[in-house]
Design a protein around this ligand. Structure first.
Ligand SMILES: *Cc1c(COP(=O)(O)O)cnc(C)c1O
Length: 370
């Protein structure tokens, strides 16, 4: 058993390569691939992931916010970077760092045009986002005429792509709704393709879209969760490999008698003698208090052990009664052997939240081919 000695997030770049190749195999050769690296590349490390994606031949990257893109530029990433939710206060920085905004409303378009003009830009790449049913961000169908009017002669920008986002691509009960989003996008984007001189490319699908609606791949797909090893359904999870594994080790083992309490606020009382293990990971690391009191489990030497009592800021205690383990043994919180999806299930949430919730204080270690 590998003794890790401290809590680490192991990032397996070979798994990333495998997942990338798998997702690529689902789309046509000519379709571009955008890797979504927002939120520290789903909680892992945006620089390491972006560098690997760059060497794999990814065509585009996306982040949610400008500062996430600045970090990648500072690290020397050269790929085009789409900023999904830019804010007006950052427009100057965006242009200075070659970050490409998603323009999603008349106000945002007007403000970006103004900044691009002030900075004397010519054909600065921008992307237009359309709302086709998610009702989160995007121009609506009835703003198409306004857009064509505004963009005519707007030399400071170049519309590089048109896109939209699906609301329920992973839910096959919502097939009809998704199909209506695809049709709305087809309609809106066709009008703009006819009216704009810029010849933008189009994109719509996220990971589950790639899997369930490959006919709507257009010119590019945008994948996040799939790259990190989760496919939102068991059959896809089988094809993918988790990139991030949160590992820790047993700091101390306690033999506890009956009627003893464990942890803060005496959250658990033993009704018979038991053995507990204390682990150096807590709610400050992303293991929320919701996992306490037998909700969450961790993986140790091939067995699952429940978290007992309340989750502390920096520690959890687990019940290892009858398990074959000792101090310094490795424990997997989630990742390989115990998926983030399984972990998510204990708390009625989704793998995305588990992955992105891992704190920056946890050391990242990397596995790549030698
Ligand atoms: C986060 C995001 C994605 C990635 O979605 P996954 O389900 O992780 O593949 C794609 N497009 C947009 C607009 C997003 O915000």
């Amino acid at each position: 058993m590998n003794k890790v000695g401290e809590t680490v997030l192991e990032i397996d770049l070979r798994a990333l390569e495998h997942n990338y190749n798998y997702l690529r195999s689902k789309i046509k050769d000519g379709t571009r691939f955008l890797g979504v690296v927002k939120a520290f590349a789903y909680g892992s490390d945006s620089i390491a992931i972006a560098k690997k994606l760059e060497t794999l031949g990814t065509n585009y990257l996306a982040v949610a916010y400008t500062n996430e893109g600045v970090v990648l530029r500072d690290a020397g990433i050269k790929l085009p970077i789409l900023v999904l939710h830019p804010q007006e206060v950052n427009f100057t920085t965006m242009i200075q760092r070659c970050l490409e905004p998603s323009l999603y409303s008349p106000a945002v378009l007007t403000a970006f045009l103004r900044t691009a003009k002030e900075l004397q830009q010519k054909e600065y790449p921008v992307h237009l986002k359309f709302n086709t049913g998610l009702n989160r961000l995007g121009f609506s169908e009835n703003e198409v005429d306004f857009l064509l009017e505004q963009l005519l002669g707007a030399e400071q920008i170049k519309v590089t792509s048109l896109f939209s986002h699906l609301a329920a691509s992973e839910d096959l009960n919502e097939r009809d709704f998704t199909q209506s989003q695809i049709e709305a996008f087809e309609k809106i984007s066709s009008i703009l393709l006819g009216g704009l001189k810029d010849r933008p490319f189009r994109h719509l699908l996220n990971t589950s879209g790639i899997i369930n609606y490959p006919h709507a791949q257009y010119d590019m797909v945008r994948s996040g969760i799939g790259l990190y090893g989760y496919g939102n359904e068991a059959s896809e999870d089988e094809q993918l490999i988790p990139v991030a594994t949160l590992k820790t080790f047993i700091s101390q083992i306690h033999k506890i008698g009956a009627n003893q309490s464990i942890g803060y606020n005496r959250g658990f009382i033993s009704n018979s003698p038991m053995v507990t293990a204390t682990l150096p990971v807590g709610h400050a690391d992303g293991i929320g208090r919701i996992y306490g009191n037998h909700k969450g489990h961790v993986w140790i030497n091939g067995k699952l052990a429940p978290i007992i009592g309340n989750v502390c800021m920096d520690m959890i205690m687990i019940d290892v009664t009858g398990l074959n383990c000792k101090e310094r043994d490795e424990v997997v919180i989630f990742g390989k052997n115990h998926s983030a999806d399984k972990m998510a299930g204990y708390a009625d949430t989704i793998s995305y939240e588990i992955l992105t919730g891992i704190s920056q204080r946890i050391k990242r270690i990397y596995k790549d081919e030698m």
